[in-house]
Design a protein around this ligand. Structure first.
Ligand code: ARG
Ligand code: ZN
Length: 499
């Protein structure tokens, strides 16, 4: 499901960014992302992925059959998928097809040309040891653990476990059937719709019936301790804790199990929760993750977030992404501020709710944390560059940009902008330019200077947004917000595991 962008201006922008050559289904050509030109594919749109997998934790053997239900957007005598694993066979519309692999591209040549605007069903059978497979400098998204593995990465993750049109612009629903040795758990996104034990295997059926980008699909296999529940509003909850957490299990549970409450709080600002399941997976030290990721309905967290006690801030961050990144997804990776700026700001909002420091206080502390000559200010969050999509600036200055907007337009318009954005781009993609347009439309203000200052200028703005006029004041320095340490620690962790 590739969702078209709203405005003519935005459409013109896309045309300008996509090199003409990307339109042809040339092997290696991507969907036209300015930061990651080889990612994704043209010529078709996937509507649904059906993945039938078997995983052996002892040998790291993953065997799979992936069925992609797609629609062609042009006539195809060949097309590509993003995938690194060894492929046994490919069929297109029931007929065996030629296939070859190069880099992260699997090229498929259907035995008959598929006409434009037709349904195309692609079946890929494969088997490999994902932990042995890599591509260039790209960090592997396959994290093997003592008792299994976790598939998790951004911007790329599917390459290690299913063939995909791996770009946020192509969203699809998912069915994942995963078979593991008896006694192990296998966790993916959405709702657990079935579970059975047969011939010494446990089988889990997961269903994500709302569109998801490919990097937001995850798989975790291991000896997890599971807490299943239902929220007051009827959402099924599935939380999983690695057995390796030991003394961190308490703090992890004290944080993750507050998910329903955090979600209720966030619904007041962002609108109704867009999915029909909720949960989280907490990895143990053996996963060596170091980061968390907002995988749809079920974020995955490194144990490290709970190393200093409970941390509801990281949960607020990942759950806010369910709206900011998952429900409304970036159109290109340059739009990453729409994900990280708002998820980081959601930590400040949660701090206000918890009475552990206001967004204004956190904005001032964040601004002061980076001296004017720090390299931090040279990375504009509106265009951080492909190597820096998870730079501290995208998070901290990104949150400052959101606060600057709030200060500029006032509480009421700020609230309306956030909600309207979610409504207008429900289950779709959007750009920063569209966000700026909407903010100006709702507030009736010219906000160009505000956004230029906070998103695009490679230097430190004059003062924190909303900070009281500086004068030769006798005021004592404001007290450090109680949430400051935890939020700062979250920043360090997000960046450590980065690209
Ligand atoms: N989107 C994730 C988050 O902010 C960050 C993932 C960063 N990836 C990484 N390898 N550090 O929650
Ligand atoms: Zn984030």
């Amino acid at each position: 499901m590739r969702v078209r962008r709203g405005t003519a201006v935005a459409a013109a922008l896309v045309t300008a960014l996509v090199p003409a050559t990307a339109a042809a289904a040339e092997p290696g050509a991507g969907i036209g992302d300015p930061y990651f030109p080889s990612y994704g594919n043209t010529g078709y749109d996937v509507g649904h992925y059906d993945l039938r997998l078997d995983y052996r934790p002892d040998t790291d053997r993953l065997t799979g059959t992936a069925t992609l239900v797609a629609r062609t957007t042009e006539e195809l005598d060949s097309f590509t998928l993003d995938f690194l694993l060894d492929v046994d066979s490919v069929r297109v519309n029931g007929r065996p097809a030629e296939h070859s692999s190069e880099g992260h591209k699997l090229t498929v040549e259907p035995s008959r040309t598929v006409a434009e605007d037709r349904q195309m069903t692609v079946v890929v059978k494969y088997s490999d040891h994902p932990s042995t497979v890599g591509w260039g400098d790209v960090p592997s998204a396959w994290h093997r653990t003592d008792d299994g593995a976790i598939a998790l990465g951004e911007p790329e993750a599917s390459w290690w476990w299913f063939p995909a049109n791996d770009h946020p612009r192509d969203k699809a629903t998912f069915d994942v059937r995963i078979q593991v040795p008896e006694g192990y758990k296998a966790i993916s996104n959405g709702e657990l719709t079935g579970r059975q034990t047969r011939h010494g295997k446990d089988i889990f059926l997961w269903r994500q019936d709302r569109p998801s980008t490919t990097y937001l699909a995850t798989l975790a296999v291991g000896d997890y301790e599971v807490h299943e529940d239902t929220t007051a509003s009827g959402l099924p909850v599935y939380n999983a804790y690695s057995p390796g957490l030991d003394e961190l299990a308490g703090p992890a549970r004290a944080s993750i199990e507050r998910g329903a409450e955090i979600l209720e709080f966030q619904e007041e600002s962002f609108g109704p929760y867009p999915y029909n399941a909720l949960g989280g997976v907490v990895a143990g030290p053996d996963a060596d993750l170091g980061f968390a990721l907002e995988t749809q309905t079920r974020p995955v967290y490194s144990h490290a977030f709970f190393g200093r006690g409970s941390n509801t801030y990281v949960v607020a961050h990942e759950l806010a992404h369910q709206w900011w990144g998952d429900h409304v997804s970036v159109d290109t990776w340059q739009d990453i501020w729409l994900n990280e700026g708002f998820a980081s700001y959601a930590e400040w909002m949660w701090s206000e709710y918890e009475g552990e420091g206001t967004a204004q206080e956190l904005a001032e502390f964040t601004y002061d944390a980076y001296p004017a000559d720090s390299a931090f200010w040279t990375v504009p969050p509106g265009d951080p560059g492909a190597d820096d999509v998870f730079h501290a600036s995208v998070y901290d200055r990104g949150a400052l940009a959101v606060h600057a907007l709030r200060v500029a337009v006032g509480e009421e318009d700020f609230a309306e902008i956030l909600r309207t954005w979610q409504e207008e781009h429900a289950h779709g993609n959007a750009t920063v330019a569209e966000f700026i347009d909407l903010s100006e439309k709702i507030s009736g203000k010219d906000l160009q200077t505000v956004f230029d200052t906070w998103l695009y200028t490679p230097e430190r703005p004059d003062a924190a947004p909303g900070a009281a006029e500086q004068g030769p004041s006798t005021m004592s320095a404001p007290a450090e917000p109680e949430s400051w340490d935890t939020i700062q620690r979250n920043r360090e962790l997000f960046h450590e595991g980065g690209h």
